[in-house]
Design a protein around this ligand. Structure first.
Ligand SMILES: NC(=O)c1ccc[n+]([C@@H]2O[C@H](COP(=O)([O-])OP(=O)(O)OC[C@H]3O[C@@H](n4cnc5c(N)ncnc54)[C@H](O)[C@@H]3O)[C@@H](O)[C@H]2O)c1
Length: 307
């Protein structure tokens, strides 16, 4: 079995281990600073494997030595938002955590592909690439699968249609300025803009943008974890199984969409080497303008990293 390390055995880390192990995709090493937490969760997951019929091994540790030789390292370590907080407010505290996670995991697994989840997502993925001295193909940020899945779920609920018939694309930075591309989204081939009245579509766009905050507000402690973890597992699978799967993901732009030097959510093809290619949509002036607003926010947050 290939090996996937997950740094951070909190809500998203442990749930990602759950999805990966249940799929039988890889052996999983869960790492956390809290003693006993990754070990306890790994043991619990190990005891679920006979029931779900998977031969994935899950181990928990506080020691990076056990992560050696991982093909993929998923970084979920860091603080989540509290109600009313923006993701950017986590920048300072989570920078230190992500920096350490990247340095220590790459020492143990120098060839690994990194998939970052920690918020603020786009700056943390940028930091991971810089700290690791990695080419852009080896660092992927997870945001777009989640944001697009939120929109897909809302559309499916609105139209009472299977989620499998709903295709939505949310691009841009992982903040409230993200850009749900209604013109590129469809229900069984019918453009979304024809499938429902404009006011209902506008409400779905707004709910998608605030989707993370809605859950933070309900939970009061902690943020969403089932859907973010499912998104991480999908990205890990695309890489490990060399699927050439196109998903919205945060990757370093080098001129695509007229942007350069920032991690930003775009349609990205993922395979064994990580990022294989970026798909460029033809955008209307309004869509381009919305992406530029979102890019401005990401650029500011990256500048605040001071690296
Ligand atoms: N990009 C996205 O779409 C998305 C979605 C959900 C959550 N997030 C972000 O992911 C992060 C984790 O969220 P969560 O709900 O799992 O939080 P959580 O508090 O449940 O878990 C975080 C874990 O990280 C651990 N940790 C802290 N410092 C560490 C270190 N130096 N090394 C190893 N582990 C360390 C903590 O002990 C904790 O167990 C947050 O920043 C959150 O905002 C991003």
């Amino acid at each position: 079995m290939p090996k996937i390390t997950i740094i951070g055995a909190g809500q998203t880390g442990a749930t990602t281990a759950h999805w990966i192990a249940e799929k039988g995709l890889a052996d999983v090493v869960l790492v956390d600073v809290v003693e006993g937490l990754p070990q306890g969760k790994a043991l619990d997951l190990t005891q679920a494997m006979p029931i779900v019929g998977s031969d994935s091994h899950v181990v928990g540790t506080n020691d990076y030595a056990e992560t050696a030789g991982s093909e993929i390292v998923i970084i979920t370590a860091g603080l989540p938002r509290k109600p009313g907080m923006s993701r950017d407010e986590l920048l300072e505290v989570n920078s230190k955590i992500v920096r350490e996670a990247v340095e220590r995991s790459l020492t143990a697994s120098p060839e690994a592909i990194l998939i970052v989840l920690t918020n603020p997502l786009d700056p943390m993925a940028y930091l991971a690439m810089k700290v690791g001295g990695l080419p852009r193909g080896r660092v992927l940020g997870q945001a777009g699968i989640l944001d697009s899945a939120r929109m897909r779920a809302f559309v499916a609920m609105e139209l009472r249609v299977s989620v499998q018939n709903v295709h939505c694309y949310v691009l841009g930075g992982h903040g409230d300025e993200m850009v749900p591309l209604t013109r590129h989204s469809n229900v069984a081939g019918v453009p979304l803009e024809q499938a429902m009245p404009p006011d209902r579509l506008a409400a779905i766009v707004e709910r998608t943008r605030k989707g993370g905050g809605e859950i933070v507000g309900l939970l009061k402690t902690g943020s969403a974890f089932y859907a973010p973890a499912a998104a991480l597992a999908q990205m890990a699978e695309a890489v490990l199984l060399d699927r050439h799967l196109v998903v919205p993901a945060s990757v370093l732009l080098e001129g695509e969409y007229g942007l350069r030097g920032i991690f930003f959510g775009v349609p990205a093809q993922l395979g064994r080497g990580g990022l294989e290619k970026i798909i460029e949509y033809q955008l209307s002036p309004a869509e381009r303008q919305a992406l530029e607003v979102s890019a401005g926010k990401v650029r500011e947050a990256i500048a605040a990293l001071k690296i």
